[in-house]
Design a protein around this ligand. Structure first.
Ligand code: ATR
Length: 297
């Protein structure tokens, strides 16, 4: 890739207005001297098939996909990377040299890179409590297991969805282990807890607590997903919400002596991984972080 030809990238979302991906990618292109542009496209669910077909016709080299298209776009693509297939959702699409639309998911990998870099947590020794059971929870859970985590407990407002996610994770882990060692994964513990039970019992048993729900996101900044009753000092508490940078949930955790992990890192790293898939170049992480921070402050 010479990097000297003009190329167009973009984001498909609905609504698209508040996303910080355009400013982050455009600043990164500029930092590397690439004559590329990243444009936000407001694509309604009913227009998604035509918009995806239009990528090839227009020669758009890559897009990110976010709410509400991450799962809907899967059957519209030519190929899926194995992790995107395991997650069942795509946040990055690249037009390959052969003219095929290939779907990737950089959310889980981005989350875990940010978590490991910023907290140094040892996943093999960590009991994880996952709050929420949506697309983000699925991507994160799969990457936690890929990175050595052996104990995940899921609590979700709708308990049936937590059960479905738990089964999905067990299935993924067993398939992974069969491939790697020819046997089922016996050491993985995946549990589901009812929300009411969790509120009564408290969070003493966990060393890493991750909020994957949108609770606490701007403008509802006073809301928290869970009272952190029984939290042990030194527990890592993580939130994927990055606006505000430090949610009420994380502020409570900090006051109780936890190590907090903000959602901004996941946003930056998922973007950096997408940038590498788009351009072939390592992303300028600091430049991306600074421009996003400027928008959030
Ligand atoms: P994403 O792709 O961002 O994960 P999603 O798939 O819609 O989005 O999942 C959102 C998650 O946040 C779900 O687990 C949802 O709980 P339900 O399964 O009960 O819908 C959870 N969630 C959303 N709003 C919530 C709220 N106000 N309180 C508690 N959980 C909430």
């Amino acid at each position: 890739m010479s990097g000297s030809e003009k190329q167009l990238f973009g984001l498909f979302a609905h609504p698209v207005g508040h996303s910080l991906s355009p400013v982050m990618h455009n600043r990164a292109f500029q930092a590397l001297g690439l004559p590329y542009h990243y444009h936000p496209f407001d694509v309604s669910p009913q227009d998604l098939p035509e918009a995806v077909a239009g990528l090839k016709a227009l020669g758009i080299k890559g897009i990110n996909v976010t709410i509400p298209h991450k799962e809907r776009i899967v059957p519209l693509l030519d190929e899926l990377d194995p992790e995107a297939k395991a997650i069942g959702a795509v946040n990055t699409v690249v037009l390959s040299k052969q003219g095929r639309l290939v779907g990737y998911n950089t959310d889980g990998a981005g989350y875990v890179q940010s978590l490991l870099t910023e907290t140094g947590v040892n996943l093999e020794q960590t009991r994880v409590l996952l709050l929420g059971a949506g697309g983000a929870a699925k991507a994160i859970a799969i990457y936690l297991i890929k990175n050595g985590c052996t104990s995940v407990t899921i609590a979700n407002r709708t308990e049936q969805k937590a059960e479905t996610l738990a089964n999905h994770i067990r299935h993924y882990a067993n398939a992974k282990n069969r491939q790697e060692t020819n046997g089922p994964l016996t050491s993985l513990q995946v549990d589901v807890l009812s929300w009411t039970f969790l509120e009564q019992q408290g969070v003493t048993d966990y060393q890493l607590i991750i909020n994957t729900t949108p609770v606490g996101m701007w403008p509802h900044v006073e809301q928290t997903p869970l009272a952190l009753q029984g939290l042990k000092p030194g527990t890592v508490v993580s939130d994927i919400v990055y606006n505000p940078l430090c949610t009420a949930f994380l502020n409570n955790a900090k006051q109780l002596g936890a190590t907090v992990h903000q959602g901004l890192g996941m946003f930056i790293y998922q973007g950096a991984l997408a940038f590498k898939l788009f351009t072939g170049y390592d992303a300028p992480l600091d430049v991306m972080r600074q421009v996003v921070l400027k928008q959030l402050n």
